[in-house]
Write a protein that binds this ligand. Structure first.
Ligand code: TUI
Length: 315
């Protein structure tokens, strides 16, 4: 049985968190992951506050296990999202795409565990000084908005630089990924892309089908020139972005091209001109399966691997 500090910190059975992905991680997925012993997370993205209130109510109705909300800090509703999280006493908040520093005192006051996603050592240290409970070190193999470093160099450098628990994210798909993360000093993992093909994930079937067909080299990073690099599946939208970036198109114009495209893919199923954010592990997705089966597969795979890893022979 794989039990780590993360299980104690969050009161969960397995050291697995589900990424809080905008338009993807709804109450249905979050509740299924939490019921299965991981930490399910609602992805609030840029959704209006009323949507989040509804989703929190649903998760509380579906499960009495701990769950979380991801607050995307570039959202125009970030302040209201944090107010709701505190008011609803959400057990865990993860944050993305920015520094949650100003919200930390209010969240800590109500007992919400604060776990920011960080792409660098410097930000991890700043977050530790602000009093967060743990950090998620996310490498650029992940889907969506990413930093510069890959998971393999990022995680051990963050582990060495802070005293709080570190969770690894980006490029983690199965038991091998979990064992690798633990080897790097992480106390657990966060997986996003893997859960996109969960039965309980409400994204459009076109996206699930596209991801199951995707191979190792089918993602690309767009938006480096705007300062907001985003990993997405290569499609017509990605090609257009790539062409425009090579022509040194002004960032404002590129940003405009992206508006509404995540919803177009995930909700409407436009996999050609929508933004299909996904990580490099997409090449390993082979089928749609329940969240419980995903979690059990990851854990049993890791346990089997830990037993079979070569040991040094004692003479
Ligand atoms: O947040 C993510 N991934 C995301 S968010 C998203 S939705 C979106 N909508 C509009 C524009 C951009 C994205 C899709 N995917 N992952 C966590 C993450 N956070 N990755 C990198 C960061 C990050 C980056 C900079 C965290 C902190 C940070 O701090 C900069 C600073 O010092 O304020």
């Amino acid at each position: 049985m794989i039990h780590t500090k993360l299980c104690d910190l969050l009161d969960i059975k397995y050291p697995i968190m589900q990424g809080g992905m905008a338009w993807v991680s709804t109450a249905e997925l979050a509740a299924a992951v939490s019921e299965a012993g991981g930490l399910g997370i609602i992805g609030s993205g840029q959704a209006p506050p009323e949507w989040l209130e509804e989703q929190i109510a649903k998760v509380k109705q579906y499960t009495d296990k701990p769950f979380g909300v991801n607050a995307m800090l570039m959202s125009p509703y970030a302040d209201q999202v944090m107010d709701i999280i505190a008011r609803e006493r959400v057990p865990v908040v993860t944050t993305g795409a920015g520094n949650p520093g100003k919200y930390i005192p209010k969240l800590k006051e109500v007992g919400t565990k604060v776990i920011p996603v960080i792409p660098s050592v410097a930000l991890a240290q700043r977050m530790e000084r602000s009093g967060v409970d743990a950090v998620i070190a996310e490498g650029g193999e992940a889907g969506g908005h990413i930093g510069e470093l890959a998971t393999l160099p990022l995680v051990p450098q963050v582990v060495d630089a802070v005293s709080i628990p570190v969770i690894a994210a980006g490029g983690i798909f199965d038991g091998r990924g979990l064992v690798a993360a633990l080897s790097l000093g992480a106390v657990g993992v966060q997986m996003g892309t893997r859960f996109m093909c969960a039965t309980e994930c409400v994204i459009h079937d076109n996206v699930k089908k596209l991801l199951i067909k995707a191979k190792d080299r089918d993602t690309i990073v767009t938006g480096r020139s705007t300062g907001h690099p985003v990993r997405i599946i290569k499609n017509k939208l990605a090609k257009r972005f790539d062409e425009l970036e090579k022509l040194s198109t002004p960032p404002e114009e590129l940003e405009k091209l992206g508006v509404g495209k995540l919803r177009a893919a995930m909700v409407e199923g436009d996999v050609e001109y929508g933004s299909v954010m996904a990580g490099q592990v997409c090449g390993m997705l082979k089928k749609v399966q329940p969240a419980k089966e995903i979690i059990e597969e990851v854990i049993s795979g890791a346990e089997l691997l830990l037993e079979s890893l070569p040991r040094r022979r004692v003479k």
